[in-house]
Design a protein around this ligand. Structure first.
Ligand code: HEC
Ligand code: HEC
Length: 349
């Protein structure tokens, strides 16, 4: 009898240990000079992140089980899609916009190049049912997931008895994506006092943040904001459109009396070495081309963002030495540990 009590005590202990472990929160890394965590952000549990990671890498969410989120969002490219200007999904058709990288996402008020999804969970609904991406209707997606014993366990650990439906699947995908923090580049180390910029890098940092030089800080400030984006939308003068129909892609378009045709999300300057080609349409293959654009080739469409102060003279006009310095600085925002972090890697490998 005594033995039985000891034994059942041991089992109880194990069970409660397991449950504590399930409720353990994901550890948030040091985020120097990042904005504080948004009020609506609830730190997910480790079990929720684990479930989301399995789903992110699992082709189960596509019609013929050949495509996963990670088919287009690959860790080695900071979750962008490598050299592909446009990714191909399940139909073989090219997407119409460049696949964006995924990191430091929780601060964005909306998602997609045109901001049409208001949360990460809402965003995740789209690629699964999009005929050219994963082409699976959500009723079938729920059925496929429900049939899997592994997912029954993972959902139970992450969300207890809540019903497994599209909403919960998207919550889990959002949980995984919400902890993709990239905060360990040389730039971050300099902010934390663990490294120094070279003279050239420091010159580039100043060029990026000085109104009289690169003037990038209007939209991608790096001296006040480690996200390197103002989280907003802008028209940075890629096209010389005279009216809204002249844009090849209308971007945010017109709504609420605003004409934001040709306005797109301001991307971060982080991890650029992994995310070429650049811009919503992947038009620039290299950072040199991109810097030349901001320096000499800015267009002046009718509804350009007034923050592009030098558009009337075609750009900010940097010397070739200044361009080199700016490039050297941009490279310091490269976070190699992010693309190697095994806690974000394919769990099926
Ligand atoms: C076929 C390639 C492809 C697949 C598969 C895919 N995506 Fe994407 N993803 C894209 C493209 C292209 C965009 C940009 C589309 C746009 O802005 O209109 C995008 C945008 C996003 C964004 C918005 C990022 C931002 O900065 O606004 C998130 C988040 C995202 N995808 C997550 C996912 C998740 C989660 C899955 C799986 C359920 C997934 N993607 C599957 C190609 C893909
Ligand atoms: C007025 C706002 C604004 C200013 C100023 C600005 N940008 Fe941008 N930047 C944007 C927008 C908007 C995009 C995306 C445009 C698109 O794809 O249509 C962008 C895209 C980029 C990208 C591409 C990132 C990617 O992942 O594709 C880089 C790199 C970049 N900008 C660097 C700079 C640099 C360097 C400067 C200063 C020389 C600068 N920007 C000035 C708004 C701005």
């Amino acid at each position: 009898m005594k033995r039985f009590f000891i034994f059942s005590g041991f089992i109880l202990c194990l069970v409660s240990f397991r449950q504590d472990h399930q409720h353990e929160l994901w550890p948030i890394p040091e985020l120097k000079l990042f904005p504080s965590l948004p009020d609506n952000f609830k730190v997910p549990t480790k079990a929720q992140v684990k479930l989301g990671r399995f789903l992110f890498y699992d082709p189960i969410l596509s019609a013929d089980s050949t495509f996963s989120c990670s088919s287009c969002h690959q860790q080695e490219y900071a979750f962008a899609d490598g050299e592909m200007r446009f990714s191909r999904g399940i139909s073989g058709k090219l997407m119409s916009r460049n696949t964006p990288p995924l990191f430091n996402l929780i601060w964005y008020p909306s998602f997609f190049w045109d901001g049409r999804a208001e949360s990460l969970a809402e965003q995740a609904l789209h690629p699964v049912r999009h005929p050219d991406e994963m082409n699976l209707n959500w009723t079938l997606a729920e059925k496929k997931v429900l049939r899997s014993k592994r997912y029954q366990e993972l959902f139970n650990e992450a969300y207890g008895d809540l019903p497994i439906d599209s909403n919960l699947i998207c919550q889990a995908l959002a949980a995984f994506q919400s902890v993709l923090f990239s905060q360990n580049s040389k730039y971050d180390k300099v902010l934390r006092g663990e490294a120094y910029f070279s003279a050239l890098e420091y010159q580039g940092f100043q060029i990026a943040n000085l109104q009289s030089k690169g003037d990038c800080q209007q939209c991608h400030s790096t001296d006040a904001n480690a996200l390197a984006t103002n989280l907003s939308f802008s028209n940075n003068g890629l096209n010389a459109a005279l009216h809204s129909a002249a844009y090849p892609d209308s971007g945010k378009g017109r709504s609420n009396g605003l004409d934001q045709s040709g306005w797109f999300k301001v991307p971060s300057l982080r991890n650029l070495l992994f995310t070429a080609p650049y811009m919503h349409d992947g038009r620039f293959k290299t950072l040199e081309e991109l810097i030349d654009f901001y320096s000499e080739s800015v267009q002046e469409p009718y509804n350009i963002d007034s923050k592009m102060q030098y558009a009337h003279r075609g750009g900010v006009h940097l010397s070739s030495q200044e361009k080199k310095a700016l490039l050297a600085f941009l490279k310091t925002l490269t976070d190699s540990s992010f693309i190697r972090d095994t806690s974000f890697a394919n769990p099926y490998n």
